[in-house]
Design a protein. Structure first.
Length: 266
């Protein structure tokens, strides 16, 4: 297939926690501990323990998983689910208050890349296992009250039955956008997110976060520490300075060409 027939990049899909902002350690983890304290439950998640629990997608699922290690957890499964559901609801309320009070900012380079997309007419979407309320709590103070209008699609935990690493959320986003996977790049920070996107045949850019600074993200299109600077990225960017839309388009084009040639299309 001729190179000029390679699908162009038409959308960037953003993960939220760890990708748009460093919310896991000082946001979600703290909110979980506040929920435990509010209900007088003697469980606390350290930074290290929460890092382990991030291998489990979804806050409710993390609570249930951790209950297997807690002596004081209810023995009955239905009682565990009721308690976990209550804790998760309370945790989300704590998170919204916490994020509002701390005014957690977006990671460096995120605003600039969003502006690139808007100037170029490239769609943006949100694809996350977090609930919509948590996403709004972060983006309302950072992008304004009309934050949702900046995204062509917003897929949150409420819209999917199966969370990452299952590809369902990304598949839903593609359906709503009316785009092929080859026209899209996802931005993630974790192995779970990479697996979800790649299982939907979407190329993934990884901006490493606090909890996944050295995690195995095999299969990613490109990996680096931050969008704000090209230093430390692999493959090495052609640009200097920040990772901009032009560079992502270049990586995307090379990835699509490589996939076609590998399938015998070259």
């Amino acid at each position: 297939m001729a190179e000029n027939s390679v699908p162009s990049l038409r959308a960037i899909l953003w993960d939220v926690d760890g990708t748009l902002a460093e919310t896991e350690r000082d946001g979600h983890r703290v909110a979980f501990n506040l929920a435990f304290s509010t209900l007088d439950i003697p469980w606390r998640w350290s930074e290290a323990r929460y890092g382990e629990l991030l291998a489990v997608a979804g806050g409710l699922e993390r609570i249930l998983h951790d209950m297997d290690t807690q002596v004081a957890a209810p023995a009955d499964r239905s009682a565990r689910v009721r308690l976990a559901t209550r804790l998760h609801r309370l945790k989300n309320e704590c998170y919204v208050r916490l994020i509002g009070a701390q005014a957690v900012g977006l990671r460096e380079g995120v605003r600039e890349l969003m502006s690139d997309c808007e100037a170029a007419g490239v769609h943006m979407g949100i694809v996350t296992t977090s609930g919509l309320g948590n996403v709004a709590a972060l983006l309302h103070p950072n992008l304004g009250g009309s934050w949702r209008s900046r995204f062509s699609v917003v897929v949150c935990a409420e819209e999917v039955a199966r969370k990452k690493p299952d590809p369902q959320a990304y598949q839903r986003a593609l359906e709503q956008l009316g785009l092929r996977a080859a026209e899209v790049v996802a931005i993630e920070d974790s192995p779970v997110g990479v697996t979800a996107a790649r299982s939907a045949c979407i190329a993934v850019l990884v901006t490493r976060s606090f909890y996944f600074a050295s995690a195995d993200v095999s299969g990613a299109l490109a990996v680096g520490p931050s969008l704000v600077h090209s230093t430390g990225w692999h493959p090495r960017p052609e640009v200097t300075g920040r990772i901009d839309l032009r560079q992502i388009c270049q990586w995307h084009r090379e990835s699509v060409l490589g996939a076609k040639h590998g399938a015998g299309g070259g």
